[in-house]
Structures are given as C-alpha cells and as structure tokens.
Design a protein around this ligand. Structure first.
Ligand SMILES: [Mg+2]
Length: 105
C-alpha cells in the first residue's frame, strides 16, 4: 500500500531561506511582517539566510539598507549572488589547471 505524505504533513523547519527584494523589502521599505519575522528568527536562535541576486552591494551595505527599513540582522545572514559566484569560482580554481599550462593546438 502506498502512503502519500503530500504537502499536508508538517515538520519543524531547520533553516529558513528567504529572498530579500520583494519579500522582506520593497525599495527602502520593509514589507508588513518582515521585521517581526526576522526578529522572531533571531530571538529563537533559528538558522536563517537572506538571499539576493543583487550583486552590486556587499552584505554590509545590504545590512545597513535593511536596518534603515527596520529589519535588524547580522551581515553574515546575507548571501548575495556575488558571494555565490566567488564561492563557485574558488571551487573551480582548485580543480582546473592554470591557463598557463594549456598547450596550444
Ligand atoms: Mg526578489
């Protein structure tokens, strides 16, 4: 007999991931409930990460922007696409031969 657990079974979350723009903030304003949500995660010690595809600003810049909108979190909680790219490239440089070792045809 097949037992479908489906989407109705709930489990406690071990980690929360959330987008930043359009989810926590819109331009310079926190969306309703966003500051309380992050404050609750922080107060309960829940693991969370705020993700953004904004590659222009550093996590420190984005932390300041969030703080100005009323959302308080450590900059280590912010993961940008630039950080993801740097992380990916660092894994590639360990496995790929240096360009200088490439032989011409
Ligand atoms: Mg977004």
């Amino acid at each position: 007999m097949r037992h479908d657990r489906g989407m109705t079974e709930t489990h406690p979350a071990h980690c929360w991931l959330t987008d930043m723009d359009g989810v926590l903030v819109h331009e310079e304003h926190a969306l309703p409930g966003a500051a309380d949500f992050i404050a609750e995660l922080t107060a309960t010690g829940a693991r969370f990460q705020v993700l953004t595809n904004n590659s222009i600003y550093t996590p420190r810049d984005l932390q300041a922007r969030l703080s100005a909108s009323g959302i308080e979190l450590p900059e280590e909680s912010i993961w940008t696409s630039a950080l993801a790219t740097a992380d990916f490239l660092s894994t590639q440089s360990r496995t790929a031969p240096p360009m200088s070792s490439a032989r011409p045809d």
